[in-house]
Design a binder for this molecule. Structure first.
Ligand code: F6P
Length: 322
């Protein structure tokens, strides 16, 4: 293996740059040439490659976003787009590829590897943490931190005016971010896509809280919980309780910003390991961390299997917010 490519794809996540830095530095130290691919799979099909070296990744450890840029590129779901990408990879003389991203990235990488036998590994990175094959993904810790900071501020306002706030956090399909932000934020309710939402029971619990002396409450709603998200939930509760409600949607604020030290360390470990694994001949796998150990999981498994929500944390949040 002499020359490799690296790209960031899908939703950006804080720590992608730290991972890129680890990949470029590890590969350079081991004598490999590295090419950065601009704009993820879109740039791959267009052959948008740029040479990278030790100094190309100076001063990026603390930056959110991705200096390589990213893209949502549904066209990569077609075999035609993947053939174009494979052709560009061959023309550039790349012997392997490391992609940094989440579920969509792993899906694209899996098909590219399966159809064109291109040695490819994926470093697990998404604020959603919804990837099987790793306890945590790069970016999740920062997103939780950002959401909790916002919830802390909203609590001040809720308490000052005796309000119920519905705070919508990201997470289209899974509720990891909602669960961690809700527990760390000391919130009364956490609504996850994984659990059915019962408006009568929810309203009842919020009224019970009032009877126990609570004057305000925070309900964290995962984006994918119900159609309309936090706005729908707030309206259903208002209709049933008559209580004053407010909605805050945190949105893309959760994706940006300086990565936490925990995310930087995870990113550094996964990026470094990915290069070593690629050199050792591993391919078609997700690079993750389970119980502090670096672990490889076949991409097929990573995209087909589901990581479970920690029910103990879910129950704990209810107990402690009584
Ligand atoms: O996958 C990360 C994520 O931030 C999800 O939580 C969210 O649903 C989605 O991306 C939003 O994507 P976009 O920025 O493309 O609208």
């Amino acid at each position: 293996m002499k020359r490799i490519g690296v790209l960031t794809s899908g939703g950006d996540a804080p720590g992608m740059n730290a991972c890129l830095r680890a990949i470029v530095r590890t590969a350079s130290v081991k004598g490999l040439e590295v090419y950065g691919v601009l704009q993820g799979f879109k740039g791959l099909t267009e052959g948008r490659f740029q040479p990278m070296h030790l100094r190309s990744v100076s001063g990026i450890m603390h930056l959110g976003g991705t200096i390589l840029k990213s893209s949502r590129y549904p066209r990569f779901l077609t075999a035609e787009a993947r053939s174009e990408a494979a052709q560009k990879i061959r023309e550039a003389g790349l012997d392997g590829l490391i992609a940094i991203g989440g579920n969509g990235t792993s899906t694209g990488a899996y098909h590219l590897w399966r159809e064109h036998a291109i040695p490819i590994l994926v470093c697990a990175s998404t604020i959603d943490n919804d990837l099987y094959g790793t306890d945590f993904t790069i970016g999740f810790d920062t997103a939780v931190t950002t959401a909790v900071e916002a919830i802390d501020r909203i609590k001040d306002v809720a308490a000052a005016h005796d309000l119920i706030f519905f705070v919508e956090v990201m997470g289209r399909h899974r509720g990891f971010l909602a669960l961690y932000a809700g527990l760390a934020g000391g919130c009364e309710e956490i609504l996850l896509p994984e659990e059915p939402t019962d408006y009568d029971a929810l309203s009842q619990r919020l009224m019970d809280g009032r009877r126990r002396g609570k004057t305000s409450s925070i309900v964290v709603v995962a984006e994918g919980d119900v159609p309309g998200g936090a706005f729908t939930v707030a309206e259903e509760v208002r209709k049933r309780t008559g209580l004053a409600v407010r909605v805050t949607v945190l949105g893309h604020i959760q994706r940006g910003g300086t990565p936490t030290p925990r995310d930087r360390i995870l990113a550094s470990r996964l990026g470094n390991a990915a290069v070593d694994f690629l050199i050792a001949g591993e391919q078609g796998k997700l690079v993750g961390e389970i119980k502090r150990e670096i672990v490889l999981t076949p991409l097929k498994e990573a995209i087909e299997r589901h990581k479970d929500i920690d029910q103990d944390l879910y129950q704990l949040s209810y107990l402690l917010s009584q």
